[in-house]
Write a protein that binds this ligand. Structure first.
Ligand code: TRP
Length: 348
């Protein structure tokens, strides 16, 4: 204990310093709240999903501080190939992607998280404006403040919204009609929507793209069952921890006593539906108590499941057709060497 304290005190530079000088020079970023924020209605929906049989949760509840840290750890796992494959494609095909992006653009990161993925592109693309979108406001604020500090002269806007409804971005984008939008949607996050909902989201992005806008999007491809299973149920148990952490988040929202120790993580590869199904399986029969927004009790039988997320996988022609159907008629696609992942650049 003492040794630790001593070594920290002798290494003040080990603590990352905030670049206060550049923060004060930069315009402080604007935060726009577009989350239809009705905490009671949200809690009601959340509770209804849990009382239903089979029980279902919305994946947006994964991402509290702990969940965000666990997801970052997932992206470092050997088994979680989508993160590595996408990074490789962006590195290998950087110049040909860049050559097809509009100049003097507005760069819109759909689910920016810590902003790391956008930061790889910003110095190369040199957009006029950065719009970071995320449902977690605390995280979003930190990300946009950091980007504004590191790119003085770049207009930075943070928007809190989730993408489950058409993103309310039209008026924001119309403020800069001279800046073509580049929608950046990496990580195969589109796979967390059902194909119908995915098409709706793509349609609204196509509409928002106007004449000169583009969509740069990462897509995980259908592949063998064992690779998929390992990616979502890794040897270290990080995926399991990430999945079970959602129960702690739900406890805070619903004053509930869901016990993560009584649920096991399960990733089911459903080949017929082309998706991986993330579930939490009750390991024994027990009751769970909810105190908000109303008192309720639900019993779980041993083996009963809570579905937390679907992760749909596509074929290249399948996703190209979905894009075309949503109005994106011009398309480029790049894949990695094993063809397990694809990056599309699409324009109306
Ligand atoms: N959006 C991620 C994906 O579909 C979520 C995810 C990765 C996930 N690993 C997980 C969700 C494990 C639950 C459990 O790839």
């Amino acid at each position: 204990m003492t040794a630790k304290k001593g070594s920290m005190a002798s290494m003040p530079n080990a603590i990352p310093r905030r670049r206060t000088s550049s923060i004060s020079q930069a315009r402080s970023p604007r935060i726009v709240r577009r989350l239809a924020h009705d905490p009671t209605a949200d809690a009601q929906r959340l509770l209804d999903g849990l009382l239903r049989k089979p029980a279902q949760l919305e994946p947006k509840y994964f991402y509290d501080a702990q969940g965000s840290a666990l997801f970052s750890a997932i992206c470092e796992l050997d088994e979680y190939y989508p993160a590595h494959a996408e990074k490789q494609i962006f590195q290998v095909y950087r110049d040909s992607i860049l050559a097809r992006l509009p100049r003097r653009a507005q760069w819109i990161d759909l689910g920016c998280g810590d902003g790391k993925k956008s930061r790889n592109w910003l110095p190369l693309v040199r957009p006029r404006r950065f719009v970071g979108i995320d449902c977690a406001e605390g995280w979003l604020r930190e990300t946009v403040v950091g980007i504004a500090a590191d790119y003085p002269g770049l207009e930075v806007v943070g928007v809190t919204t989730d993408l489950s409804d058409p993103p309310p971005l039209a008026s924001l984008l119309a403020e800069r009609p001279e800046c073509a939008p580049i929608f950046f949607y990496p990580g195969s996050s589109i796979g967390n929507f059902t194909p119908d909902r995915a098409r709706e989201l793509l349609r609204s992005l196509c509409h928002l793209s106007g004449n000169n806008g583009v969509l740069l999007i990462g897509i995980d491809l259908i592949k063998d069952k064992s690779t998929l299973h390992a990616a979502y149920d890794d040897a270290l148990g990080v995926s399991a921890a990430f999945n079970r952490n959602i129960l702690r988040v739900v406890n805070r929202h619903l004053g509930a006593d869901l016990n993560p120790a009584r649920f096991a993580h399960q990733a089911v590869v459903n080949e017929a539906l082309g998706r991986v199904e993330m579930q939490l399986v009750a390991t024994e029969r027990h009751n769970v108590r909810f105190t908000a927004p109303r008192l309720s009790v639900r019993s779980f039988d041993a083996g009963e499941c809570i579905t937390t997320e679907y992760s749909y996988k596509y074929s290249i022609p399948g996703f190209a057709a979905l894009l075309a159907n949503a109005g994106f008629s011009r398309q480029n696609v790049w894949t990695n060497s094993s063809e397990g992942y694809a990056v599309f650049l699409a324009a109306p």
